[in-house]
Design a protein around this ligand. Structure first.
Ligand SMILES: [Zn+2]
Length: 641
């Protein structure tokens, strides 16, 4: 099996990038006809206040590896090529603009270095940094540009608008943790920030990061037939994801002064992130809407996977923001996309963008209550023309279809109510039976080819997806499915959809690509309390090894004085804070225990450095450690597991 897969990978490696079929060309031409490409307001906003970009366009890490090459987006000029939806092409042209931009006196942004923006606000003594990008290297390069053109000033404070990694991961590129510990730099975040950073990135991290690679297209080559952007910004920067926990989590809508600048906070939990906040700066009449207001439709459920978001709360918070800030703000800036200027335009954007989420919520629920399922509504619902024509409501990131299914999921869950779907067969089993029912692999392939030839690529993907799940080593089936996915990618208005389709085609063809390095889950895990570390351990327990085992190990964290006993029995790990006896006691901080549990360091090594102490039955601890598995670094998404 392994050998035949390798042979297959080699045999199919040269078939990428087929030209768009005529139905794909027709679909893209219809988009070009339907939307108002003469409306250039976004281009004026995205170019306004440009100061300069990097002289050396290649951002590197300390080892000299390329973190981001700004030259790679130079092809995004002129009319859309046949391989890109024209609406998405326009989005990519806008989000790829890079450099330092003046938002207003006192506020600047570095855009286009990463999928998010770094904002600096001039405080009394230094810079207040809002959202320091995804990686330390990208953030350091951004601050270098700020220093070069605006002068050297210390960073006096950092604000994380929300708990997603592209809004805090670069923090070590802008501040020293020692300065934070000494109280020289304060870090602000909305209530619940650290808890949600950990639950989103650590517990479900391995599954999410694999899916995120598809969604953000991290393994795709940049170019007209490949990666053109992420819909919400430029390509994600490489480098080290870091975290310094906030020194102050803001728990109520309050007014506060940070380094001499006044802020009014609006907390918006449960919207785009479980912990998020908008900020209004009354002296500057500037409004930061975090990721609650964007230059495109956002996700109510991200395709990388996360808890489903609350469309109604999102719309309601936008109504409150409109009321509180909409008549005062003269400039609106966000950690993605570009700013907007003018009180009237800002207020109208807030209302129209709010209406898009409200429409998707209300109409999905209306159709749900008429008996339609999520899949049906996802195929039915469209924004009305008066909302759909606003560029900031287009499907460049989230889509109406995916969002409608998300609203259904939030209220009703994954089951659609049809008894037929109560206990579905496993996908690979189902696929084998369907292929047999169709009349065998040859027949299924012929039908898939026919559908592709007719431009019916969604049906082709359905048929061929079954065939590939039934026969994952069937090379013609994989090549034909790759064709269908590629055409769907070329048509997608959403960058995540395009990236997901093209990544699937890439994997089916076995195209060689650089495997992305591990992106810092362990750095995030270092900030976990002991209880969260043991929660992670619990979801790695292998019942095949734990069956019949009954044992208890105590873990003591000398930095907090906390002692918890982890008990394994009946193939379940339960842990609690207790003085109860245990077979062995392991004393070490969370980073030390992580190094031990992830086998990055051995117990004798850690004991040798004095970081770790083991009391009691060392053999019992060894048996305990053997009960856990490490998740694979990634897994196939377009093939059966
Ligand atoms: Zn973001």
């Amino acid at each position: 099996m392994i050998r035949s897969t390798v042979a297959l990978l080699l045999a199919t490696a040269a078939q990428a990038d087929e030209p768009p079929t005529s139905p794909t060309l027709a679909a893209n031409a219809e988009v070009a006809r339907m939307l108002d490409f003469g409306d250039r307001e976004d281009f004026a906003f995205a170019e306004r206040g440009f100061v300069a970009t990097l002289d050396d366009p290649v951002i590197r890490d300390a080892q000299g590896r390329v973190v981001r090459d700004l030259r790679a987006v130079a092809f995004l000029q002129g009319a859309a090529p046949d391989t890109v939806n024209p609406s998405l092409w326009r989005n990519a042209q806008l989000t790829s603009k890079h450099g330092l931009f003046k938002v207003m006196d006192g506020i600047w942004q570095v855009r286009g270095f990463d999928l998010s923006n770094l904002t600096v606000i001039r405080g009394r003594t230094g810079w207040i940094v809002v959202d320091p990008l995804t990686t330390a290297e990208a953030a350091r390069a951004a601050m270098g540009l700020v220093t070069k053109y605006l002068g050297a000033r210390p960073v006096s404070a950092v604000i994380y608008t929300h708990s997603h990694v592209d809004h805090f991961g670069g923090v070590r590129g802008v501040v020293d943790e020692a300065d934070v510990k000494e109280g020289k730099v304060a870090i602000y975040a909305p209530a619940g920030f650290l808890e949600h950073v950990l639950s989103e990135n650590v517990i479900a991290g391995p599954a999410m990061s694999t899916r995120a690679r598809y969604m953000f297209g991290n393994n795709l080559p940049t170019g007209p037939a490949g990666h053109i952007g992420t819909g919400i910004g430029a390509r994600q920067a490489g480098g080290a994801v870091t975290l310094i926990p906030p020194t102050r989590e803001i728990a109520t809508d309050e007014a506060l002064t940070i380094d001499g600048v006044r802020f009014e906070v609006q907390l918006t939990p449960g919207t785009e992130a479980p912990a998020e906040m908008n900020l209004y700066l009354p002296e500057l009449r500037a409004l930061c809407m975090a990721e609650n207001l964007n230059g495109a439709l956002h996700n109510l459920l991200t395709p990388r996977g996360a808890l489903v978001r609350d469309a109604k709360a999102w719309a309601d918070y936008l109504t409150v923001a409109r009321r509180r800030f909409g008549d005062r703000a003269e400039v609106l800036f966000t950690p993605h996309f570009w700013p907007r200027w003018g009180t009237v335009a800002i207020a109208e954007t807030m209302e129209r963008h709010r209406d898009a989420y409200k429409f998707i919520h209300d109409q999905t629920v209306r159709l749900m209550n008429r008996g339609h399922t999520g899949t049906e509504i996802g195929n039915m619902l469209e924004l009305p023309p008066e909302l759909a024509r606003s560029w900031f409501n287009r499907d460049h990131y989230g889509t109406v279809s995916f969002n409608a299914r998300a609203v259904y999921q939030r209220y009703m869950g994954h089951y659609d109510g049809n008894p037929v779907n109560l206990a579905p067969l496993a996908p690979a089993d189902l696929a084998r039976r369907y292929v047999a029912a169709i009349g065998g692999a040859q027949k299924a392939l012929a039908l898939g080819q026919e559908a592709n030839a007719a431009g019916d690529h969604r049906w082709a993907a359905e048929l061929l997806g079954k065939l590939v799940f039934a026969e994952p080593a069937n090379q013609p089936a994989r090549a034909e499915l790759a064709r269908a996915l590629e055409q769907l990618g070329y048509r997608s208005e959403s960058a995540p959809w395009r990236n997901i389709y093209l990544s699937g085609a890439q994997d089916l063809r076995g195209e060689p690509h650089a495997q992305e390095a591990e992106r810092g889950a362990s750095e995030l895990a270092r900030a976990m309390p002991l209880s969260s570390l043991l929660d992670v351990l619990a979801v790695r327990l292998d019942p095949a090894k734990a069956g019949g085992v009954s044992t208890a190990i105590a873990f003591a964290d000398p930095s907090t004085g906390e002692r918890r006993v982890a008990r394994v029995g009946r193939s379940v790990l339960i842990h609690e804070k207790t003085d109860a006896p245990a077979a062995a006691t392991v004393t070490g901080t969370v980073p030390t225990l992580l190094a031990l549990l992830t086998r990055a360091r051995t117990a004798p090594e850690l004991i040798g450095t004095g970081a770790l102490k083991i009391d009691g039955d060392a053999a019992a601890l060894q048996r305990f450690a053997a009960l856990f598995e490490a998740p694979p670094p990634s897994f196939p998404l377009v093939l059966p597991r």
